[in-house]
Design a protein around this ligand. Structure first.
Ligand SMILES: *Cc1c(COP(=O)(O)O)cnc(C)c1O
Length: 463
């Protein structure tokens, strides 16, 4: 099929996500035929550097030979079996490996199919825990302003993005929000840490008044992705953990986007122990162990840790809710109804688990966290012309995430930037006037050069 063909047929038969379909009267869809490494190729052979990792999921490139081989091997053995009443090697191995890697104490893995279902599971599990523990009034949830935790009705009730939420106001539970520690909102002369602690004080005020009805606080640790890559100081996480303990409220760490090495450590929560915070250069690694493993000084353990997106290297839908023995034990009883009866048809799919195991293998054998630090430092070095560009504001970096705002008079900046970037062989997908990079970890220094150069050209053309 040629590009034009595919586009017309896609517009008529496929209802695309996160899209006003009428826009595609003028903005063409991009028909992708194949991918390799950081590159996507369309039906006419044009290439695009996938700087957003295909919606933040891809870690080790498209068509990664090692992940391909693992899935192919698994295909020859078992494609799927229900996880109620049955088990299989990949799901056991994955659960054990994650227990080893995750912050201490998260020994139990519950499986879902995508990020939003992980959020639903954590919310239900938290409220059900309190019900089983004789506190049935703890049914409310608290999230940060501008938070994003998915778009099913329960997840939307803890999401604070008006565009995704307003049309469904009547359908969703009304939960409260507290101020986001987003460093961009610090006062003149206030550093990121002081601002984070000031926001944590507002969290405390809220918890003091309402904790009796609150089951959990849910946060995106270190970076609020859909808010426009809002980055904040890790001191907030440490304080949030203390306050949740003090007021007996669960802490849910939604690491769907930031987990799997994205912020520089395997899990963002590991950095909560790092009171120094990450320097703006992203070369924070002072507190990292030489092997690139967990922080030696330790981070925090949330009551629930949510994983999805990168967990399968961006290959297959899978999500995981990790929780503590204390939560698990509250459901462990003779009565069926005390159990957690939630299920999805594809829970713990073996192909997805094998993709995840192959992903973890690559982390271990290639010392990925360590080499990412080198790549991040390199990008920060060569991005000076971008950082210093008169139209670029708030250039920031955490691990393998970069973002900046572009000072632009165009209300449709995101769309224009997306289109222009494609002409420069680049997939950029700004959120409002925030441009961000979240590249696959296999990106090479040449490809980083290309990314930065082509972004600069795109921005120059736009301004
Ligand atoms: C993407 C995302 C989700 C939702 O995951 P889906 O697989 O898209 O449902 C939830 N939380 C965060 C932080 C995310 O980035």
């Amino acid at each position: 099929m040629h590009n034009a063909d595919l586009l017309a047929r896609s517009r008529s038969a496929v209802w695309h996500p996160c899209t006003q379909m009428k826009r595609h009267e003028t903005l063409p869809l991009v028909p992708i035929r194949r991918g390799e490494g950081v590159w996507l190729y369309d039906c006419d052979g044009k290439r695009y550097l996938d700087s957003v990792s295909s919606w933040w999921v891809n870690l080790f490139g498209h068509s990664n030979p090692r992940i391909n081989a693992a899935i192919t091997d698994q295909l020859g053995k078992l494609e799927h079996v229900m996880l109620a009443g049955f088990t299989h090697e990949p799901v056991v191995q994955l659960s054990e490996s994650l227990r080893e890697l995750a912050p201490a104490g998260l020994g139990h893995c519950f499986y879902g199919s995508d990020g939003a279902s992980a959020t639903e599971i954590a919310l239900k599990m938290s409220a059900h825990y309190w019900r089983n523990s004789g506190k049935p009034h703890k049914t409310h949830f608290l999230s940060l302003q501008n938070s994003y935790h998915g778009e099913t009705l329960g997840a939307l009730s803890v999401t604070d993005v008006a565009l995704f939420k307003d049309a469904y106001g009547a359908l969703i539970l009304q939960n409260a929000t507290v101020p986001s520690p987003d460093s961009r909102n610090a006062a003149e002369g206030e550093d990121a840490q002081s601002f984070a602690l000031r926001c944590a004080a507002q969290l405390e005020t809220h918890l003091r008044q309402h904790h009796a009805n609150i089951a959990a606080l849910i946060v995106e640790p270190l970076v609020q992705g859909a808010a426009g890559m809002a980055m904040y100081h890790p001191a907030y996480l440490r304080r949030a953990r203390e306050l949740c303990d003090q007021y007996r409220v669960h802490l849910i760490a939604d690491e769907i986007a930031v987990g799997m090495g994205r912020t520089g450590t395997m899990f963002a929560c590991e950095q909560a122990g790092n009171q120094l915070g990450l320097p703006a250069s992203g070369e924070a690694a002072v507190a990292l162990s030489p092997s690139g493993g967990k922080l030696e000084r330790g981070g925090i353990t949330p009551d629930f840790l949510l994983l999805s997106k990168g967990i399968t290297g961006g290959y297959l839908p899978l999500s995981i809710v990790m929780t503590t023995d204390m939560v698990y034990q509250a459901f462990y009883a003779d009565e069926v109804a005390r159990g957690f009866l939630h299920s999805h048809s594809y829970t713990g799919n073996p192909l997805a688990c094998r993709a995840a195991l192959a992903t973890l293998d690559i982390f271990a054998s290639d010392n990925v966290l360590h080499s990412n630090r080198g790549k991040a430092a390199y990008l920060n070095r060569i991005a000076a012309p971008l950082r210093e560009h008169p139209k670029v504001k708030n250039f920031r970096n955490t691990g393998m995430i970069w973002a900046f705002e572009v000072d632009t008079p165009h209300a449709d900046f995101a769309r224009r930037c997306f289109s222009l970037a494609l002409g420069h062989e680049l997939l950029l997908r700004p959120m409002g006037n925030t441009v961000y990079f979240m590249p696959p970890y296999v990106i090479s220094t040449n490809e980083i050069d290309f990314l930065v150069e082509q972004t600069l050209k795109t921005i120059e053309r736009l301004c």
